[in-house]
Design a protein around this ligand. Structure first.
Ligand code: FRU
Length: 468
């Protein structure tokens, strides 16, 4: 792949085309999305010097997975976001095929990005460098070059450094594939972010009794939460099961005991993090008050993504809303951050037979629903079916037209659903389960409730809050 020469000039030309996305009836009203091109993973999520920063994988030049840069947004409150100048672009030999995913740290007051420099060769092979970049006074980022080469025993698929500090020492987890094509998470340690010592594999296929766990693990994130340690990861090639891991690429988590001294992680079973159609590559950050906040990419890089209609308007994909994580009763709970309640307008309530319920406008809406059985139809493009033993989500395949189904199994007591113009996030039982999905209605999207059960509804329309 040849580098676009004169990156800044290219970008300027590209940004001129941006209003097309903003005029699209599918462009989110309160979620983060690219103004042009393709956005994927959240990167460098951090609360730094009084503000939240979220970077993201971004191809500003088109709606495909090339030319990966780091875009940059900033927020005071996790609700209102502002554009910042592009942070990284693939303009060096060591990142020439993409500034791939990574994280951000506060290195003695300097906002420092840790990312993967992806390099592909003509024979189809690749290598990866873990690299640093530091924020300058003018807000731009100066690359410091690679700090870690490909470790021995792994293919060129080693990437997505998540770095954090613990008792004066820096730690990094990396997603990896070993020479036997097994997905792994590697741990490294450093005193200064520049020189890294390997501490071995802490999780992956073949470790801790995990079999059939995939050929490559991407985007690991390891953190302490409510008395345990949680590892989030994206195991590619995980065996499909009848009711879970149904997306081409799933996101998963496990909890256990992480030992810094021995560099070991004894963990329990792998579990699905989100049961919807679109959820991948999440990343967490610590909020000012110690909450663990997660943002995910509402997309999966499979055959369907290139058929999404927003491509014709020059943009594709969006982020999830920020969610607070808690660990309780052996489960990971996710709830929308409380700051999002600021978007609510007047509250309305309704009770009665589902089929008599008001038709709601799905463009900017939050609703809470208590119902033993009900079907919620989103403009004929997505159906949420609540039954005694779980929730089903149905959508027609963009490729074949056949109905695809995703499942969350369990006793459903309460649903909270956050809607934007082309997405829904369904929080089951105050966050015990989550299903995130895109859908592409003919605007304006209407929500209808169907069925003979009695339902109780509370709902709010949400204020528009587009990126400025
Ligand atoms: C996950 C991922 C990462 C990689 C990035 C490239 O979606 O494949 O592993 O760093 O996307 O855009």
């Amino acid at each position: 792949m040849t580098l676009p020469s004169r990156w800044p000039a290219v970008l300027q030309a590209v940004m001129k085309g941006q209003p097309r996305a903003l005029a699209d009836s599918h462009y989110p009203q309160w979620h983060l999305a690219p103004v042009t091109g393709l956005m994927n993973d959240p990167n460098g999520f951090i609360f730094f010097a009084g503000r939240y920063h979220l970077f993201y994988q971004w191809n500003p030049l088109g709606c495909d997975h090339r030319y990966k840069c780091w875009g940059h947004w900033r927020s005071d409150d996790l609700v209102h976001w502002h554009h910042e100048p592009l942070a990284l672009m693939p303009d060096e030999e060591y990142d020439r095929n993409g500034c791939y995913s990574g994280s951000a740290v506060d290195n003695r007051g300097v906002l420092t990005l840790c990312y993967t420099g992806n390099v592909k060769f003509d024979d189809g092979s690749r290598t990866a460098w873990q690299c640093l970049a530091e924020e300058q006074e003018d807000g731009s980022f100066k690359k410091c070059g690679p700090v870690l080469a490909l470790p021995e025993g792994y293919t060129g698929h080693v990437r997505d450094p998540k770095v954090w500090q613990h008792e004066g020492m820096w730690y990094m987890v990396l997603g990896a594939q070993d020479w036997q094509q097994r997905g792994k998470v590697l741990l490294f340690r450093s005193e200064d972010l520049h020189s890294w010592q390997p501490c071995g594999e802490i999780a992956g296929q073949g470790l801790n009794g995990l079999e059939d766990a995939g050929y490559m693990w991407e985007c690991p994130d390891l953190f302490a939460l409510d008395g345990t340690h949680v590892l989030i990861c994206c195991p590619q090639g995980l065996a499909r099961e009848p009711h879970r891991y149904l997306n081409t690429y799933p996101a998963a988590w496990m909890s256990g005991a992480f030992d810094y001294e021995r560099a070991t992680f004894e963990h329990g079973a792998l579990r699905e993090l989100d049961a919807g159609f679109e959820f991948y590559a999440p990343q967490t950050a610590l909020a000012e008050d110690g909450r663990r906040i997660l943002i995910g990419w509402m997309g999966v890089p499979d055959g369907e993504e290139m058929l999404q209609p927003t491509r014709a308007q020059g943009w594709i994909h969006q982020m999830t809303c920020p969610r607070e994580l808690r660990y309780r009763d052996g489960r990971l709970w996710q709830t929308p951050v409380r700051e999002l309640q600021r978007l609510r307008e007047a509250e309305r309530q309704w009770q009665g037979y589902a089929s008599d319920a008001p038709i709601l406008d799905a463009a900017r809406l939050e609703f809470e629903l208590i119902a033993p059985c009900v079907t919620v139809d989103f403009a004929g493009a997505l159906r949420l079916i609540v039954e005694k033993n779980g929730v089903r989500l149905e959508r027609a395949s963009l490729q074949t037209g056949e109905t695809l189904t995703r499942y969350w199994l369990g006793d459903v007591r309460h649903l909270r659903v956050l809607c934007d113009r082309s997405s829904v996030e369904i929080f089951i039982n105050e966050g015990e389960g989550v299903m995130s999905s895109r859908y592409f209605p003919d605007a304006p999207a209407q929500i209808r409730f169907e069925g003979a059960s009695n339902i109780t509804l509370r709902y709010w329309s949400l204020r528009s809050c587009m990126i400025e």
